[in-house]
Design a protein around this ligand. Structure first.
Ligand SMILES: C[S@@+](CC[C@H](N)C(=O)[O-])C[C@H]1O[C@@H](n2cnc3c(N)ncnc32)[C@H](O)[C@@H]1O
Length: 500
C-alpha cells in the first residue's frame, strides 16, 4: 500500500536533485519505512522513472540517469548513406565473406554443383516451413545448411532493410553519439553488422553492439562474418553473441542499460506457442532501456506476422512502452491497432552473385530474394508526441473514428500514409490512419482523377502526414473497412511528419 505515496515522493525529490539516499526521504513519508523495504517496493519502478540504484553501506543511493547526447544526422552522413542505399547492394566485402564462409563450412567451393544443390534444398525447406502454422514450424537453425541457406537467401535483404530502418531511427533522434545496443535473436548478425556498416558512414558516432542467440551454428557464422567485415578498433565494437534463450533472464555479463534493443524477425516465432510469450519477453528486455532509448520490433510484412506485431506493439502500453513510430501520434490517442496490416517498403536490392548462381536452375525465382518489405514498431518509455501536423488546426479535420457519421459525404481529414501502393492500374490505394479509427481505412484515387493537387498521396513516403480536403466517405461492407475517395477536386497536402 505504501507503493504510491512512496513513488510520488521519490519522483518529486528526483525532480529537484540528481542523486539522494533513500534514508533521506523518510521524513517526507506519512508512514516511515525501513530502507530495505522501501528499496524492494521501488526497485521495479526505477527504469520507468529513469532512475538507478546503487548500494551505499546499509543505505541505497538513487541517481537520475542522464540521457546520452543524441546524434543529429548531418549532411555528410545523409549523403554517404543515401549514396550507399542507392546502390541497393550488399557491401561486396560481406558478399564475399558469405561465399568464403560457405566454402570453409562445406569443404568445397561455394559454387560447386553439389553445394549449390544443397543450398537450394535448404532454402526451399526453410520457405516451406515458414508458411506452415506456427506450431508445426521447425525453424531451429541447428544444422549447417539451414544457416548457409539463411545467409544466401535472407541475409542480403534483411541487411539492407536494417540500414533503411537505421536511417529512419537516426532521423528520429534515436542514434546517440555513444550508444549501447542489444540485438535479441541475432542469427548470423544481420543487425549488428548492418549497424557497424551504417555507423561507418557517420562522423562522431561510436557504438558497442551486444547480442543474444541460441543457435551455435548461427553464432559461428556471425563471428566469421564479423571478423571479415568489421574493422578492429573502428567506431563500432561488435561483441561476440551471448549464447542464451531470450525467454530466460538476460545474461549477467550484459551491460545494465541499452539505447536500442532490437528484435528483428524473432518474436513472430513465439506468437501462439504456449500462449503469447512475446509481450512478456519485450517488457522484460525493456526494463534495461537507457533514458531516451527505444525498443525496435521488426517482422515480415505478410498479413499474419504484420498484424500480430502491430497488436503486440499496442498491447505493451500497460508495461509502460508507447509506440513512437510508424504510427501517427498527432491526435495524442493510443491506437489499439484494429486489424492493422501496415508495412514499409524500399527499392529492391540487386541479387548477390550467390543468389544469381543459385538461380541458374529450372526454378530461378525460388532463389532470388530482393524485395524489401517489413513491418516495424519503435517503442519508447514516455508517450511523447512525434512531430507531424505541426501548426495544423486539428479540430478542423474529421477524426477517422467519426467517419460513420459522414457516410456518403465529402469531408476534410488528416491522416498518415501507412502503406506503399496497394492498388492496381485503375485505382491507387493506400492504407491511412490517424490513430483513432476503429476499422481499417483506405484512401482510393482512381488513376484518371490523378492531378497535381492530389499527387502527394502517391509521392509521400511511408508515415507522412497528409491533409485530405474534400474526400468522399464510403463504407466497404464486404471488408468492414472505410474508403476515402480522392478525386480531381480533392486537395492533398503534406502536413509534416516522417516520410522516407
Ligand atoms: C529468423 S532469424 C532472425 C535473425 C536476425 N535477427 C535477422 O533479422 O536476420 C531468428 C533467430 O532467432 C533465434 N532464436 C529463436 N528463438 C530464440 C530464443 N528463444 N532465444 C534466442 N534466440 C532465438 C534463432 O536461432 C534465429 O537465429
Amino acid at each position: 500500500m505504501a507503493g504510491n505515496p512512496l513513488i510520488s515522493t521519490i519522483k518529486c525529490i528526483a525532480g529537484t536533485r540528481r542523486s539522494f539516499l533513500l534514508s533521506e526521504i523518510v521524513p517526507y513519508l506519512d508512514e516511515p519505512l525501513p530502507v530495505d523495504e522501501m528499496y524492494r517496493a521501488i526497485a521495479p519502478e526505477l527504469p520507468r522513472l529513469g532512475l538507478t540504484a546503487t548500494p551505499r553501506g546499509r543505505d541505497v543511493e538513487i541517481t537520475k540517469l542522464v540521457p546520452p547526447q543524441p546524434y543529429l544526422l548531418d549532411d555528410g552522413g545523409r549523403t554517404r548513406t543515401g549514396a550507399f542505399l542507392e546502390k541497393r547492394e550488399l557491401p561486396p566485402a560481406l558478399a564475399t565473406a558469405i561465399e568464403q564462409y560457405i566454402t570453409k563450412k562445406v569443404g568445397k567451393p561455394w559454387d560447386d554443383p553439389v553445394t549449390l544443390d544443397r543450398l537450394r534444398k535448404a532454402i526451399t525447406s526453410q520457405k516451406d516451413d515458414y508458411w506452415k502454422p506456427l506450431h508445426k514450424r521447425s525453424l531451429r537453425y541447428t544444422k549447417g545448411y539451414s544457416v548457409l541457406g539463411y545467409l544466401a537467401y535472407h541475409f542480403p535483404v534483411y541487411f539492407l532493410q536494417t540500414e533503411h530502418l537505421l536511417l529512419r531511427l537516426a532521423g528520429d533522434g534515436f542514434m546517440k553519439k555513444s550508444m549501447t545496443v542489444l540485438d535479441a535473436g541475432t542469427g548470423p548478425g544481420v543487425v549488428p553488422l548492418a549497424i557497424a556498416d551504417f555507423i561507418s558512414r557517420l562522423d562522431g558516432v561510436k557504438a558497442s553492439v551486444y547480442s543474444i542467440e541460441q543457435s551455435e551454428e548461427h553464432i559461428e557464422a556471425f563471428l566469421y562474418l564479423r571478423d571479415a567485415f568489421v574493422p578492429r578498433g573502428g567506431p563500432v565494437s561488435v561483441k561476440p553473441p551471448k549464447k542464451a534463450d531470450i525467454r530466460e533472464p538476460l545474461p549477467a555479463s550484459l551491460p545494465e542499460r541499452f539505447d536500442l534493443i532490437i528484435f528483428s524477425n524473432v518474436l513472430g516465432e513465439f506468437a501462439g506457442r504456449d500462449g503469447d510469450a512475446r509481450a512478456a519477453i519485450v517488457s522484460r528486455f525493456a526494463e534495461r532501456l537507457a533514458p531516451g532509448g527505444a525498443v525496435v520490433i521488426i517482422e515480415p510484412a505478410d498479413e499474419e506476422n504484420s498484424t500480430r506485431m502491430r497488436t503486440l506493439a499496442a498491447s505493451l502500453e500497460p508495461a509502460g512502452l508507447f509506440v513512437h513510430s510508424p504510427c501517427p501520434l498527432f491526435r495524442g490517442t493510443a491506437c489499439k491497432a484494429p486489424r492493422c496490416w501496415s508495412f514499409a517498403t524500399a527499392p529492391a536490392i540487386r541479387p548477390t552473385r550467390l543468389m544469381e548462381t543459385l538461380a541458374r536452375c529450372d526454378e530461378p525465382y525460388r532463389y532470388i530474394n530482393t524485395d524489401i518489405k517489413y513491418s516495424f514498431a519503435v517503442l519508447r518509455r514516455a508517450g511523447i508526441r512525434r512531430e507531424g501536423a505541426r501548426g495544423v488546426p486539428l479540430t478542423r479535420f474529421l477524426l477517422l473514428s467519426k467517419l460513420h457519421l459522414h457516410e456518403g459525404k465529402r469531408v476534410n481529414t488528416i491522416i498518415a500514409k501507412m502503406s506503399a501502393e496497394l492498388g492496381d492500374a485503375k485505382n491507387h490505394l493506400f492504407k491511412v490512419c490517424d490513430g483513432t479509427a476503429k476499422a481499417p481505412v483506405y484512401a482510393v484515387l482512381p488513376a484518371f482523377h490523378r492531378t497535381e493537387g492530389n499527387e502527394a498521396l502517391i509521392s509521400a513516403g511511408y508515415g507522412s502526414v497528409l491533409e485530405l480536403r474534400g474526400v468522399l466517405v464510403r463504407y466497404n461492407r464486404a471488408h468492414d473497412s472505410w474508403n476515402l475517395f480522392v478525386n480531381r477536386n480533392t486537395e492533398v497536402r503534406e502536413a509534416g511528419g516522417h516520410g522516407e
